[in-house]
Design a protein around this ligand. Structure first.
Ligand code: MG
Length: 241
């Protein structure tokens, strides 16, 4: 039985005696964020203030850059593009990307991974509690995140809830560890879906009671996965059998 089928059957089993909780990371787990980055690069290339600052051909070359699903940030796409430019150009682009990527305004460009939305809805119908636990912070990205979850018809209320970081700059991994620890104490069975090995390694080490599923899409490259666990690959649909 696939791990997704196992979770669905366990959700039904626990329905009557305290619900199973399924915790989903958002960026690069439920949503492919490459279209967000792609749109930000295009808008930089179209921006009037940068048109007056940088050569036209350079901005045209930038608008041709293709961001791939496996890319992390903008660096890899830019290296692949072989764009040559003064350091000031890359610094301006980095700052522009950073300001807009971590904001409410571009989140609607994210694309759910195939099957992810349907799986979460089905899991909810089977009786699981759904929690979205993200490294996004409330101030910069809370409203946009809430709107996107609603847009896709995902379960979202005071119980099936969205947990954002209260402040930017907090450690994602420590914050997630703390939240998952609390949730796991309130439920007979806990599953956490996550793409970032830094977070997964800490959770798997500290919270033995939690079942972690590695969503293999892209990550920060800061750590490799150090524990045995079920793996879902981003190139295959997020489907139960
Ligand atoms: Mg993530």
């Amino acid at each position: 039985m696939s791990v997704l089928n196992t979770i669905l059957s366990h959700a039904e089993k626990y329905k009557e005696k305290g619900q199973l909780v399924a915790i989903f990371d958002l960026d690069s787990t439920v949503f492919n964020v490459s279209p967000r980055t792609q749109k930000i690069l295009q808008d930089f290339a179209q921006s009037k203030s940068y048109k007056s600052k940088f050569p036209k051909t350079l901005l045209e070359n930038l608008s041709q850059v293709q961001v791939r699903t496996q890319d992390w940030g903008i660096k890899e796409a830019l290296i692949r593009s072989k764009i040559e430019a003064p350091l000031e150009f890359f610094e301006s682009l980095r700052d522009y990307w950073f300001e807009h990527f971590f904001s409410n305004s571009y989140l609607f460009h994210d694309e759910p991974y195939p099957g992810a939305i349907e799986f979460i809805k089905t899991l909810h119908k089977k009786g699981a509690r759904i929690v979205y636990l993200t490294g996004r912070d409330k101030h910069r990205m809370g409203e946009g995140t809430h709107n996107v979850l609603k847009h896709w018809g995902l379960p979202l209320d005071t119980y099936n809830k969205l947990i954002l970081k209260p402040k930017k700059g907090m450690s994602d991994s420590l914050y997630k560890l703390d939240m998952i620890d609390q949730l796991s104490k309130e439920h007979p069975e806990t599953w956490a879906f996550e793409n970032e090995p830094v977070n997964i390694n800490l959770i798997a080490k500290e919270l033995k009671q939690v079942n972690v599923v590695f969503f293999e899409s892209t990550h920060s490259r800061r750590e490799e996965l150090m524990h045995e666990m079920p793996i879902l690959k981003a190139e295959f649909p997020f489907l139960a059998d």
